[in-house]
Design a protein around this ligand. Structure first.
Ligand code: ROI
Length: 181
């Protein structure tokens, strides 16, 4: 997508030009609950759009969600983006982590602490990957409403690598504490 296009949430971009098609389709989960979260998410999408190796195909609406985890912390803003990419899963992860760092993300030894920006590789083609650095599908995908709902919004017919349909998962998920903005 052209880097100078403005971002709109819940948008499908025009990817009909075959020259924009990269080899893999991936889904990225975005989350933030510090330092103007809505802004953080929109800037992160812009950062993805500026990478030569990634085409952003669609971005879900933004969702406000109650924090998962034992901590008292601010609500999160979450979204999901669908991309095409020429990067392998690990190189894609590297790029996502670089964007997180540029957004002031400090990796806290405390699990489930608040964060300026979290970019999770949720799905990469139909692949199942289990390595030291990567678990794809992302381990949170199946039981987190703030992942399933935006994913379902932009890809309602999606089938996960284990054969489960996103529409079945989203039907059964608890929708308390989450609102579409
Ligand atoms: N809770 C919500 N609602 N959204 C998140 O993105 C999120 N991310 C996290 C933890 C701390 C698990 N809780 C979250 O990493």
């Amino acid at each position: 997508m052209a880097p100078d296009m403005t971002i709109q949430n819940n948008t499908t971009y025009n990817a009909s030009d075959d020259s924009t098609k990269k080899e893999a389709t991936a889904f990225i989960g975005l989350g933030s609950n510090l330092d103007e979260p809505v802004n953080q998410i929109n800037l992160a999408i812009e950062s993805l759009q500026h990478l030569e190796t990634i085409n952003v195909i669609s971005v879900s609406s933004l969702y406000r969600s109650r924090p998962l985890g034992g901590f008292a912390q601010p609500d999160y803003i979450n979204a999901v983006a669908k991309i095409y990419t020429s990067l392998s899963p690990v190189f894609l992860l590297d790029e996502l982590q670089l964007i997180e760092i540029r957004h002031g993300r400090v990796r806290n030894s405390e699990r489930w602490s608040p964060r300026t920006l979290d970019l999770d590789l949720l799905l990469y083609n139909n692949e199942t990957i289990e390595s030291e650095r990567l678990c794809v599908p992302h381990y949170g995908l199946y039981h987190r409403n703030f992942v399933l709902m935006p994913l379902h919004e932009i890809s309602p017919d999606l089938i996960l690598p284990d054969g489960l349909g996103i529409s079945t998962l989203v039907k059964n998920i608890n929708k308390d504490g989450i609102t579409k903005l």
